[in-house]
Structures are given as structure tokens and as C-alpha cells.
Design a protein around this ligand. Structure first.
Ligand code: AR6
Length: 168
């Protein structure tokens, strides 16, 4: 898999799968979740409400992932995953977010997948730790389906940390 590190807004990135750092209720929120819901449009929340009713009455567990359509995003699917809260959850769960998202991308025949830095905003994970976990997952994940993984960072600082850690 080719790894690309990009600075910018993930809602503008063209990829088969876009990953959302979601709230466990799947009802939207701030940060990247808010941006994805705004850009995808209101059909996304309708699908999430239906998903909660049909399959996820208690919401999505931390580290797990689920697929919806992408609506107005330039993607085929959105993969929603819930990151751990740094001060109260086990950070190993962040690894699960990435692995479960990659698996769902493969299940949906996606050749390209774009990730934000899950759990590094409202959920407080230091960007260095995030970069180390992402490097570990991507170094060990082999795929015949996914050709390109795009890591999208929202600030220069986060972009620089990812470049340093992932290219070590
Ligand atoms: N494109 C790419 N990255 C972004 C964008 C964007 N448009 N906007 C923010 N980021 P966060 P979390 C970066 O808080 O920590 C939500 O309210 C941001 O700089 O979006 O997993 C949910 O509903 C940071 O590096 O997600 C949950 O309640 C990264 O995305 C909760 O926040 C993640 O920040 C999830 O918190």
C-alpha cells in the first residue's frame, strides 16, 4: 500500500473510502465529524438514524467501524469509527479503529482510503502517539485490495509530526 500524507480538509479528498472520527451515537458532532456531515448532506444523518434502529441500538463501540453511503462527498463510502478518549480509554483501541476501517474498505472493494488523525482533537490523543500507532498498523497491514492510504492532517504542526514519525 502506498502511503500519502496530506495537509488539508478530508471532505475535499477524493478516495473510495473516507473515514470519519465519529461519536458513538453516530449523530454527528464537531471537528471532522461535523465537516463530513455538513458536506455529505442531510441524507447521511437519516441513514445513521436508520442504522441505529436496525443494527446498533446502543451505538457504535470504541474501536469498531461501520459503513454508510457517502452522498455528496467525493467518495464511494464513509467508514465511521469511534476513537478512544485519551484520558479514560485504552489507547490500544485506536489501533482497532484503523484496522477495522481497513478491513471494511477491503470488504467494500475500495482501492483508496483517506483517514483523519482519529481521536487527536476532542478526544485528546497526542499527535505523536497517533502517528506511532498509525505507523505500526500500516507497517504490518498487508492488502491485495487497498492500493493507497491517504493520511489527512488538518494543521501544519500535525502534518509535520506525521511526516517525521512515519518516514523514520
Ligand atoms: N479534515 C481533516 N481533519 C480534520 C478536519 C477536517 N475537515 N476537521 C478537524 N480535523 P476530532 P476526535 C482534525 O475532534 O478527537 C466530534 O465532535 C482535527 O484537527 O474531529 O476523534 C465527534 O462527534 C484532529 O486532528 O475527532 C466526537 O464526539 C482530528 O481531525 C469527537 O469529536 C480529529 O479531531 C471525536 O473526537
Amino acid at each position: 500500500m502506498k502511503i500519502i500524507i496530506l495537509k488539508g480538509d478530508i471532505t475535499k479528498v477524493k478516495a473510495d473510502a473516507i473515514v470519519n472520527a465519529a461519536h458513538h451515537t453516530l449523530m454527528g458532532g464537531g471537528g471532522v465529524d461535523g465537516a463530513i456531515h455538513r458536506t455529505a448532506g442531510s441524507e447521511l444523518i437519516e441513514e445513521c438514524i436508520q442504522l441505529r434502529k436496525d443494527k446498533l441500538p446502543d451505538g457504535l463501540k470504541t474501536g469498531e467501524a461501520v459503513v454508510t453511503k457517502a452522498y455528496n462527498l467525493p467518495a464511494k463510502i464513509i467508514i465511521h469509527t469511534v476513537g478512544p478518549r485519551f484520558y479514560s480509554d485504552n489507547l490500544d483501541l485506536l489501533k482497532n479503529c484503523y484496522i477495522n476501517s481497513l478491513k471494511l474498505a477491503e470488504d467494500n472493494a475500495c482501492k483508496t482510503i483517506a483517514f483523519p488523525a482519529i481521536a487527536t482533537g476532542a478526544y485528546g490523543t497526542p499527535i505523536e502517539k497517533s502517528a506511532e500507532i498509525v505507523k505500526d498498523v500500516l507497517d504490518n497491514y498487508k492488502s491485495n485490495i487497498i492500493k493507497e492510504v491517504i493520511l489527512v492532517l488538518y494543521s501544519d504542526e500535525y502534518f509535520n509530526v506525521y511526516n517525521r514519525v512515519l518516514k523514520e
